[in-house]
Structure formats: C-alpha cells, structure tokens
Ligand binder design. Structure first.
Ligand code: SAM
Ligand code: SF4
Ligand code: SF4
Length: 356
C-alpha cells in the first residue's frame, strides 16, 4: 500500500506538541513482548505469573513493520528517543532486524533517533554484537545484586549473575559506551548490595543507577517501607566515596547524576517515589499489542491496532491520533501517589507490559 503524506505535523510547523501540562513528547518506550525468562518479584511475581499465566498470542503482537510505523509517526511529532524494552526484549526473534529498521528512521530535521534498549542481560553475550552492528546506540542492563544466591532469588529462576556479568563484558567489547546498569533497591532485601555494586562498577566506564522500588502494576505487594529513599542511599555512598552533583544531560532525564570526586566515574539515582519528576515527564509507552500509555501507572492504553491494521485509516490518521492522545495528557501519578492509591479502583497495567 502506498503511504500518503499527512498534512504538516505540529513539530514541523514550529509548534512543538505539548500535553495539558505543557510537556513535550520526546521519548517512546516500545515493549516488544510481555514474556520474560525472569520472574523478579517486584515486576512479575511467580504467584501471579506462574505456569498457568496466558501471555499474548503471537498474532496480537505488533509486527516489526507496525512498530516502525508508530515510531516513524512519533518522530514526526517531536520524539527523538526510542527505547526497546519488554518483558524481556531479547526474547523477540530477529530483534536486530527491527533495530535496523528503527535506526534508518529520521526526525523532521534529518537526525537519526537516539536508539536504546533495556534488558535483563541474560542473552546479551550472543546478541550484543549483532545489536550494535544493527545500529543500537545505548544499552541499559538490569542487575539487582552481585551476590549469586540473592541474585538467583531476586530473578526467581536461579539465573546466574556470572552470565549477566559476561553479557556486560560482551556489550563493552561490542563497542557500547557508558552502559547503564539499573539496580532496583528493595530495602531490607538487597540494599546491602549497593556498596558492593558501586565498588564493582567504579572505574569501568559503566554507570550504575539505583532505582527506588515502585508501586507499578497491581501485583508486586509494594509497601512504602520497602522504599529506600535515594537521598539516604546517596549518603551511604558518599561516606565511602565522596560524590559531587552533575548537570542533567537533557531535560526529562529520569536519573539524578553524581560523579565520584576521585574520578572513578558516575552513579545515578532514580527517585520516582521520594522525588516525583512528573513535571518533566516526556515519555509514552507502547505495549507489545499496540496500546499507547501516557503514564507508567496508567490503567488505560489507547489501542492503535485498528489504525495500524487498516480498519480505521492510514498513516495520516495514525499521526493525528498520536497527536491527540499526547495533547490530552495530564498524567502525574507520582506527584499524587498517596491520594490516588487511596482512591483508585481500576487495575493498573503491569510493568512487564509497559516496559519500565
Ligand atoms: N526485562 C528488562 C529488564 O529487566 O531490564 C526490561 C523490562 S523491565 C520492566 C524495565 C526496568 O524496570 C528494569 O530495569 C527493572 O528493574 C525495572 N522495574 C521493574 N519493576 C520495577 C519496580 N516495581 N520498581 C522499580 N523498577 C522496576
Ligand atoms: Fe523480566 Fe525485567 Fe520484569 Fe525482571 S524486571 S521480570 S527481567 S521484565
Ligand atoms: Fe511520567 Fe507518570 Fe512517572 Fe509521572 S508517574 S513521571 S507522569 S510516567
């Protein structure tokens, strides 16, 4: 089918698309599958996602072509960062092919998108090199502990930490620069691993980032007292290795950046519970079955599949729809957490569907 060019989009016309709180749309996180080979208790607890759980059938997943269409239209509306995620995105067959397609897209100014991926690292030894060759620019690997027993317990499938560490080495060999390592900190469970993790990643060129345990989805048994506020963690680190604050590299950045004063590199703190950053939130999330969420804590996703599959129109309509969705957006869950937790009755989408 020949693609029609839609009328001049807002981003090109010099009026950046803004939501109801005047936030531009800059990032699109694309979940490629709701499946995962781990069962992290804070994301896909076994009690809820056991052998009987029904994942999306293959036919419901967006094809690479459909994902590329959404990304293409999002770029026309001001998005410049595409992040592939999941579930576990490396489980998606022929992933380098999708990366090639996305890397070939261009913004209205002719720039390539900033193309990133978040993974649990379990399959990275084999895939780091092909993904890099296909045009993936940035990599984030999740790792919650170095202690083998605790790591196996946290991923709930006994996956060996050595394999993830080998994946990180493979990523560096493949040429990924400043790989980010995300550690979700659950107070009383793995916070004692923060210092060993910091010691391990100092002087490696990799950037360790501590994430506060969040109340995503409806099944992770979140308790406020399991959140270790970033400020406390930063003080613990600072007592060992003095830190100094760094400027954000761009607005809308989720992590607060700090440098080791001795020059051993950088660490980050993602404080979505203790210090909401909704005011700068420029992110939307596409689920593997084509629903667009404008907040990580949303209960409702806008179904794009009828548009993508031709039942309701073509690319012009898709761009209009994306634009309308963003313009309507007023989300600020983290700013209103206490109040919303007390009153919300709807079930929220799960983290493995939305991709973090
Ligand atoms: N499977 C991949 C991985 O683990 O990196 C990508 C998807 S995962 C949902 C994306 C990120 O969300 C990971 O860094 C993970 O640690 C983080 N995450 C999941 N549940 C979380 C929670 N309840 N609180 C904070 N971060 C969470
Ligand atoms: Fe899987 Fe990532 Fe969720 Fe862990 S955080 S269960 S690795 S999707
Ligand atoms: Fe963005 Fe929603 Fe997170 Fe606020 S709570 S930062 S609006 S995703």
């Amino acid at each position: 089918m020949k693609r029609q060019r839609p009328s001049a989009p807002a981003a090109e016309a010099g009026q950046p698309l803004r939501d109801r709180r005047q936030r531009p749309w800059r990032d699109l996180r694309i979940s490629l599958t709701d499946r995962c080979n781990f069962r992290c208790s804070y994301c896909m607890p076994r009690s809820r996602f056991g052998p009987g759980h029904r994942f999306l059938p293959q036919t419901q997943l967006l094809s690479f072509e459909e994902v590329t269409q959404v990304a293409q239209e999002a770029l026309q509306l001001g998005v410049n960062t595409l992040r592939l995620t999941g579930g576990e995105p490396l489980l998606r067959r022929d992933l380098p092919q999708l990366v090639r397609q996305l890397a070939a897209l261009r913004t209205p100014a002719g720039a390539a998108p900033d193309l990133a991926l978040t993974t649990n690292g379990s399959l990275l030894t084999a895939l780091a090199e092909p993904l890099r060759a296909a045009g993936l620019q940035r990599l984030t690997v999740s790792l919650d502990a170095l202690d083998p027993e605790l790591f196996g317990q946290m991923n709930a499938v006994g996956f060996p930490v050595t394999q993830v560490l080998r994946g990180l080495e493979a990523a560096q060999r493949a040429g990924f620069d400043r790989v980010k390592v995300n550690m979700v900190v659950r107070k009383g469970l793995n916070d004692h691993q923060a210092l060993p993790m910091a010691a391990h990643f100092r002087n490696t060129g990799m950037v360790l980032r501590f994430i506060e345990f969040m109340d995503t989805g409806s099944h992770n048994s979140w308790q406020c007292d399991e959140v270790l506020p970033s400020r406390e963690l930063r003080e613990r680190l600072h007592a060992h290795w003095p830190l100094r604050p760094l400027e954000a590299t761009r607005s809308g950045e989720t992590a607060e950046r700090w440098a080791y004063a001795d020059g051993a590199g950088e660490v980050g703190f993602i404080s979505s519970v203790s210090q909401a950053f909704c005011g700068d939130c420029t992110r939307a999330r596409l689920t593997a079955d084509g629903r667009l969420f404008t907040c990580l804590f949303g209960s409702f996703g806008h179904d794009l599949r009828p548009l993508l599959r031709g039942a309701q129109g073509g690319p012009a309509e898709l761009r209009e729809r994306l634009s309308a969705i963003w313009r309507m957006r007023a989300d600020a869950y983290s700013e209103q957490r206490e109040q919303l937790r007390a009153t919300q009755t709807t079930t929220r989408a799960e983290m493995h569907e939305l991709g973090g």
